[in-house]
Design a protein around this ligand. Structure first.
Ligand code: PLP
Length: 486
């Protein structure tokens, strides 16, 4: 069941799969706001296409330098959970800058980082869910958080004397980040191409939890879960559980699959299997956590307790570059009984200003009941999407939860395969942008390895009017793109 990613050739993709965050690609019909007389000094993703220049962002609207206004229906890359320009967050950030702008965590700590850890780990709002996580570690990005988590898991086993545990088990159709570690456990093939033979070799891949593509014949979801879990068990046994560090998965698959929740019972069964074989369970909630799915952590909905959780994006809501790794007491006490250190450190870890900013965002989320609001407006968004796209020839699936929704486009609703010549999701995303709404793109690969989708991840503060506008524009963009490409 292991896929040796290094041996696979990249599938043919037309156009190339954009980076999961490249929602602001310049369009032919929308020339750059300013035409630089010489190439910019800033290294952009593309050397040939300039991104749009944003001169102001307020509420849920981006103001471009050419005077256009864009409704941000995906919070950038599912980041801006309370919109832009919040005065309270700005004030807390400024105050922290006046108080302590920076200290190195080797010798110092700050109230903002201590309070943020407490705030994240405390049961949230009305929830009494016991997640079992007891310590938080803050870094600057989701990729770094996943790398930290992979190292922490390995260190845990190493200090217990289980030094043979070297293999990470991850899933196909996964995205965990761009650093070498996080990319090693990811499976967006085009992103891995130049690095294939420098990524970690000790990664095994099992099937994604993808009920839309994965169900065979008359198989029920329950049977499908059983099959996925059998495959995972076979893989653990093939590798030898005593050689496995952790199993890593996005609780709800984001960038690569388009807001695809695992079938009910999947994570419970995976948790049971990891417990049976004493393998650490690492859930990546960088995109789907922090209230995005309508509960503070997405895994709460399966009632499970992971060993490690990584968070990012909504943690700072885009006001600061901050992400985190959360670990349970099993790992904490293992490390305590070992070297009594976490053998990992970065100059800007638990940065006091980033922590104060994230704390201000999280206090607003708690005070204003925004996790419940994410759940409530998500239900409305679901209704709007299904009304708008019901019966559309090339809409294969609408799925998600909370304020995290994906629409998958297919050439044929029977085979569920995407168009082979175009990424309809990317075409729709570009068209929607022309019409004034930003959504997050994904492009299918010709072999159907990745779904062809767009993602909506509006701020939890989005109004009903904004959601309706996003859906109406998306429908219009779909119709225009279909005429052009389908
Ligand atoms: N994990 C998941 C699930 C993500 O969606 C992302 C980013 O899209 C990452 C990790 C990487 O986070 P970052 O881009 O902040 O490094």
């Amino acid at each position: 069941h292991t896929t040796n990613m290094t041996a696979s050739a990249a599938p043919e993709i037309t156009p190339p799969i954009p980076h999961p965050e490249s929602s602001t690609k310049q369009q032919v019909s929308n020339p750059p706001e300013t035409s630089p007389t010489r190439p910019p000094a800033l290294l952009h993703r593309s050397f040939t296409e300039l991104p749009h220049k944003v001169i102001r962002a307020s509420g849920n609207t981006l103001h471009l330098s050419n005077g256009r206004r864009i409704l941000d229906a995906c919070g950038g890359a599912a980041v801006a959970i309370i919109g832009h320009g919040n005065a309270e967050v700005i004030q807390s950030t400024t105050e922290q800058m006046h108080r302590v702008s920076y200290v190195h965590t080797m010798s110092y700590t700050t109230s903002s980082s201590e309070e943020l850890a407490q705030c994240i780990l405390k049961p949230f709002g009305a929830s009494t869910f016991d997640h079992g996580l007891t310590k938080a570690f803050f870094v600057g990005s989701g990729s770094e958080a996943n790398d930290a988590a992979m190292k922490c898991a390995r260190q845990y086993w190493f200090e217990k004397g289980e030094v043979k545990r070297r293999v990470y088990v991850a899933r196909k159709k996964a995205y965990h980040g761009n650093t070498l570690g996080a990319m090693s456990v990811s499976s967006i093939l085009p992103r891995k191409v130049p690095y294939d033979d420098v990524l970690l070799p000790n990664v095994a891949f099992v099937s994604a939890a993808d009920a839309y593509h994965g169900l065979v014949g008359k198989e029920t979801e329950r049977e499908y879960v059983g099959r996925l879990v059998d495959e995972l068990e076979d893989e653990f046994l093939r590798l030898g559980p005593e050689n496995v560090v952790s199993f890593i998965g996005e609780t709800v698959s984001g960038a690569a699959m388009g807001a695809m929740p695992a079938p009910k019972g999947y994570w419970q069964a995976v948790r049971a299997l990891c417990t049976k074989y004493n393998i650490l369970l690492h859930l990546d909630e960088v995109m789907c956590g922090m209230g995005r799915m309508g509960t503070y952590f997405a895994f709460e909905q399966e009632g499970i307790q992971p060993d490690i959780v990584t968070i990012g994006k909504g943690l700072g809501g885009g006001y600061a570059p901050i992400a985190g790794m959360l670990i349970n007491d099993k790992i904490v006490s293992g490390l305590r009984q070992g070297s009594s250190t976490f053998n990992h450190g970065q100059t800007y870890q638990a940065h006091p200003v980033s922590c104060a900013t994230a704390l201000a965002v999280q206090k607003i989320v708690k005070r204003e009941g925004l996790v419940a609001r994410s759940a409530a407006i998500g239900k409305k968004l679901e209704r709007m999407l299904s009304e708008a796209f019901e019966g559309c020839e090339y809409v294969g699936d609408i799925r998600g939860g909370g304020t995290f929704w994906g629409i998958e486009f297919v050439k044929d609703r029977e085979t569920r395969l995407p168009f082979s010549k175009v990424g309809l999701g990317s075409a729709i995303q570009l068209q929607a942008f022309e019409l004034g709404v930003a959504v997050y793109p994904g492009s299918g690969t010709a072999d159907g390895v990745l779904g062809d989708h767009v993602l909506l991840a509006p701020p939890y503060t989005a109004t009903e009017e904004e959601l309706q506008m996003a859906v109406d524009v998306l429908k219009q963009a779909y119709e225009m793109a279909v005429v052009q490409y389908a």
